[in-house]
Design a protein around this ligand. Structure first.
Ligand SMILES: C[S@@+](CC[C@H](N)C(=O)[O-])C[C@H]1O[C@@H](n2cnc3c(N)ncnc32)[C@H](O)[C@@H]1O
Length: 217
């Protein structure tokens, strides 16, 4: 079966965010999650998001009859996501860099959009809520790999993993974030290829992003 390697989506959401989050809308749309859940999962499958944000993956998965789990470090986002889930305890407030020690069921499928970092001029560290400085881009990439190495131990051998991520263009300086993350995770999961998502509007200097697709085996 040939898989379409580009899709068109609009950056719109079915649920408004409360006013308090309006300046910090880092969500991807439900339509992106729906597209890949239809392609790679069935009803009853366990779907996991290691950077769950406002819970888009989780409540879309639940609506489609999948069993959602996720981890998010920010308590306010966790609270919002919990308010949308039938089983609010399925989103764990915590640090995905410690995934190996978390109690989770066997995972069929994972999809997320990770926190972003530019290669230069980005002193705040994404995995610590942009609150500490001093860690660099290489540490960020190592942490991403570390998260997926640990995620692998929770996944079924038939599992698939997707990250939605863009390269970043800031004042004509490009951070090849998508390619760097792809290369890093390829060391712990098998890279199957990418789907280009063409958006009506996006950001980070681009109007498209990539969904990097990996297999456990
Ligand atoms: C791009 S957002 C994900 C948004 C999500 N896809 C949605 O639609 O709501 C990335 C999330 O990763 C979270 N995050 C950053 N570092 C983390 C960590 N170490 N462990 C768990 N979550 C983390 C951030 O707080 C942020 O909410």
């Amino acid at each position: 079966m040939s898989v379409k390697t580009y899709i068109h989506l609009t950056m719109s959401h079915q649920y408004p965010l409360p006013d308090v989050f309006q300046d910090d809308d880092v969500r991807y749309p439900e339509s992106l999650v729906e597209h890949f859940l239809e392609q790679y999962t069935q009803k009853g499958d366990v779907v996991f998001d290691p950077f769950a944000g406002y819970g888009t993956t989780l409540f879309t998965a639940e609506r489609m009859g999948r069993v959602p789990f996720g981890v998010e470090r920010d308590q306010d986002r966790v609270n919002f996501a919990r308010s949308k889930l039938s089983n609010p305890e399925n989103i764990i407030q915590g640090d995905s860099r410690l995934l190996a020690n978390m109690s989770l069921p066997e995972i069929d499928f994972s999809i997320t959009s990770p926190p972003y970092m530019t290669k230069e001029n980005h002193p705040q560290y994404p995995f610590a809520g942009y609150k500490i400085t001093g860690e660099g881009y290489n540490a960020y990439l190592q942490d991403i790999r570390n998260v997926y190495q640990q995620l692998r131990t929770h996944m079924k051998p038939t599992g698939k993993v997707i990250l939605e991520v863009a390269n970043l263009k800031v004042e004509n300086q490009v951070t090849t974030l998508a390619w760097d993350i792809g290369k890093e995770i390829s060391q712990v999961l098998r890279f199957d290829g990418e789907v280009i998502v063409c958006w009506d509007k996006y950001g980070f200097g681009y109007d498209h992003s990539y969904c990097l697709v990996f297999s456990v085996q």
